[in-house]
Design a protein around this ligand. Structure first.
Ligand code: IMP
Ligand code: MG
Length: 180
């Protein structure tokens, strides 16, 4: 039974773990091949749980940092405007950066952050997202590692929120359109 406010479970806990493990293996293979220093940058707040599991599934030495941007204002539609609220702590020049997002929707957030980080001369920049809604895309963004494509439904849980709620759900569920 899904929790109150959740219409249905889209991705159960065990399936999330399978997806994350698969991503970790691909990422490990890539960085073992290219070598060099790896910095994994998570976009807050949505990616915090995914990041915790993802970095533990990557078998390659790495450091972690976080970036916070605002996109949605407690609603389920994007304004297209993205503002940096908290920047990463150090320089990324000469490092392989892996940018990690919870979900790519219109693509504005990812596009803005990719541009910001590319402008700081990393050795390489790769992108990873747990979820993607391709049918909602308004700007073209390149995703190197994508966990799963989902249909155009608003999802919550495993770090993803609606009005900052539901982040602690172990599964990813579809928000009940009638409730909150
Ligand atoms: P974009 O800029 O439209 O690609 O939006 C990306 C951001 O919106 C993500 O970082 C999420 O925080 C949020 N977002 C987009 N779709 C969903 C969803 O279905 N559930 C929860 N958050 C979402
Ligand atoms: Mg969010």
């Amino acid at each position: 039974m899904p929790d109150t406010g959740i219409a249905k479970i889209l991705i159960p806990e065990e399936e999330i773990q399978t997806i994350v493990k698969g991503l970790g293996e691909k990422i490990t293979r890539h960085y073992r091949k290219i070598g060099g220093e790896l910095l994994v940058v998570g976009l807050l707040k949505g990616s915090f749980i995914f990041m915790a599991d993802l970095v533990r599934s990557i078998e390659y030495p790495l450091t972690v940092d976080f970036l916070s941007v605002s996109s949605y204002n407690d609603t389920t539609t994007s304004s297209g405007e993205v503002k940096v609220m908290m920047d990463i702590g150090g320089l990324i020049e000469g490092k392989n950066v892996l940018l990690v997002e919870d979900i790519v929707d219109t693509g504005y957030t990812f596009q803005k952050v990719i541009r910001l980080l590319k402008g700081r001369n990393p050795l390489s920049l790769m992108t990873c997202t747990l979820l993607s809604k391709p049918s909602r895309r308004e700007v073209d963004v390149h995703i190197d590692f994508c966990g799963r494509d989902i249909p155009d439904e608003f999802v919550c849980g495993y770090g993803l929120d609606y009005a900052n709620k539901y982040r602690n759900l172990k599964y990813i569920g579809v928000l009940d359109a009638g409730g909150s």
